[in-house]
Structure formats: structure tokens, C-alpha cells
Unconditional design. Sequence first.
Length: 365
Amino acid sequence: MNRIDIIIIGGGVSGLLCARELSNSGKRVVLLERQALGKESSWAGGGILSPLNPWRTPEPITELCRWSQTTYPHLAKELHASTGIDPEWLPSGLIFLDCREIEVAKAWADRRATRYESMAINDIERIEPNICPAADYSLFLPDIAQVRNPRLLRALRTDLQHRGVELLEQHPVDQINIERGRAVSVVVNHQTFTAQDYVVTTGAWSGLLASNSGLPELPIMPVKGEMLIFNAPQGLLKHMVLSEGRYLIPRKDGKILAGSTIENAQFNKGITEAAFEALHAFATSLLPALRQSNIEKHWAGLRPGSSNGIPTIGPHPDVSNLYFNCGHFRNGFVMAPASARLLANHVLQQTPIVSPEPYLPETKM
Ligand SMILES: Cc1cc2nc3c(=O)[nH]c(=O)nc-3n(C[C@H](O)[C@H](O)[C@H](O)COP(=O)(O)OP(=O)(O)OC[C@H]3O[C@@H](n4cnc5c(N)ncnc54)[C@H](O)[C@@H]3O)c2cc1C
């Protein structure tokens, strides 16, 4: 194999976007994925391009979200043009139903010059005639967008293939070999890969990979989330709706996602009857017409949970050529473009897009 500049381990949205950023700078990048690309948390997520309570979100997360939110429409357009696959970036807006913190939320939106509308029940009925709001204090943020995860992941994969990035599936990395403060190789399927730099983007499995490599364990733990998708007719719902911590997301073709549960189940991704019942009851009580739609799929994913949801991005303090970009918890899709750019800033020794301190691995260990 030719000289490799950078090995990326893990092919979810974090790894794929890091590969794109780094290959853009002329680096020869190889991505190693233990199974098929983009089939874990990144595939399982809802693709809402905002934290669920943006006014309560820690500033380091907000910073990455803000950068990504301006980048996403261009990224989606570029990927669509280069691959023919439309990631369906859609500014469908998000209605926060029965928003008990409405004054805090409005003050936050005013500070950020974010457009909003406070809504009474009859306002909601005007824009979403099929849903049943319970209370008279809802907030609508019309500029919150979504993307369709599987499509974005497929587009990224095709785009990287066009760029000549080597994407090696069924390549599980058990450990990173480290000698005298430098990562020197990884061995996969009896083949040794060496590179100048190594990037870990293994989502919920990042802590495991660090400890298998003899490093202090990163505090990243799997947090299971289950979702349903309804085969609903087009136009039943136009905006994303959040109520009591759960949400409905209408896709471009009319299908509606209902999510999500939050559960500590270690690495068990099994779906449960209880989650099905809870999500189904939530969705059909909010949007009764969904009782007529069948459920196309029920699935679970493992979010890369971290204690405050602030991702780990940057070089390992004791291994100079080993970098991490992981632990994005519930906001990994919205933060992905900014996280990948910040990671690339570290590797390429560029001026960082945001202050890098809050994300550095040494602040997490
Ligand atoms: C139900 C649910 C709903 C969500 N909704 C949203 C949302 O609306 N908006 C939002 O922003 N975020 C959402 N998220 C969170 C978001 O999906 C994640 O934070 C994000 O996808 C994490 O991406 P990742 O690439 O870091 O991890 P992953 O997508 O999990 O990718 C990690 C990859 O690494 C591979 N891997 C692991 N170990 C190894 C190894 N040893 N060797 C090689 N490869 C390895 C895995 O196979 C996997 O492909 C949601 C998540 C879930 C589960």
C-alpha cells in the first residue's frame, strides 16, 4: 500500500466528514470501519440540526452547532451536486409545544437574533391542523433544519470515493499500537497499517478503543435511543414538533419519524416492546391521524454519550499524533461539520474555527 498520511478509525458521520476535510487538504487518507460505513448512531439519528433545548445548551456545544448550521445548506448542495444523492437538507422549522420555559427561550432567541414566533393553540392549528397541542404556550423556531441521515451518509461515502479516499469496511481496529508517545500502527485482519497521524471517530466505542490501546479510558458511554418511522401520507405534518422531550420529524416524502427513548443499556442495541408502545402512544396522541399509518421500521442506535454532551476533539495529551473526535451524544449530527473542521485544524496546525480548549481530550480524562 502507498504511504498513508492519516488513518481514520470509524466511519460514522464524524469519520466521514473528517476524511473529507483532511483529503481536501491534499492528505492521503484511509478510513477503517469495522462493519459497513454509516450504520451505527449516525444512521439511527433523527437529523434535527439543533439541540432539543437550545437555550439550555452549554456554550461549547452551541458554538459548534452555530458553525455547522450555516455550513449545512452548502454541504448538502455540494454533496448533491457531486453525487446525485440529495441529503434532503430541509428548513422545516421546529415547534416546541407546551414550552414551559418560553420566557427563557425568547430571551435566548432575542440575544442571538434568532427568528421565533410564540404561539397559542389556534396559531398551531393554523400551521399544523392535524396535531393536538395541549397548552397555550408554544414556541416556533422557523429556521431549524433537518437532514435525512441515511442519505447524507450515502452521499458522503460516494463523494469520498470520487475523491479517491480509501474506505475499508469490515476492518475492525482492536487497538492502536503506541511507542514512546507516538501512535505507530494498527493491525487489522493480519494487515499492518501505518500513517503519520491517527484519528479516532469510533462514536460510543471510543472509550473502549482508548483503553484497549493502553490509554486512560475516555468517559464516553453508549446511550441507547429507539425510533419509529411511520409510512404517513405526504402533508400530514409540515414542521418538526417537540413535546415533553419527544419529537416528530416529517421527511420530504411524507414519512414521519417518532423519537426517541434514552436508556443506558451498555452496548445492547436490541429494540423493545416497551419503547415501541411509548413512542407509538406519543406519536398517535399528538398526531391522531398516524393511527391510520403503518410503521415501516423500529430501530435503536447507541449515542456516544459524554457527561455534559461536549465532544472530545483534539490531540491526545500523551500521544502527539493521535487525535479524537467523539462523544457528541445527542447532537452529533448537528455538530458534525464543525467538529470535523476543528479536528482538521488540529491535525493541519491551522487557526481553529472556535476556541479549542473546551473539547481537548485532557479536559475529559
Ligand atoms: C435515536 C437517536 C436519535 C438522534 N437524533 C439526533 C438528532 O436529531 N440530531 C443530532 O445532531 N444528533 C442526533 N443523534 C446523535 C447522533 O446520531 C450521534 O451523536 C452521531 O451520529 C455520532 O456520530 P459518530 O460518527 O461519532 O458515531 P457513529 O455513527 O456511531 O460511528 C462510529 C463508527 O465507528 C465504528 N467503529 C466502532 N469501533 C470501531 C473499531 N474498533 N474499528 C473500526 N471501526 C469502529 C462503528 O462501527 C461506527 O460505524 C441521535 C442519535 C440516536 C441514537
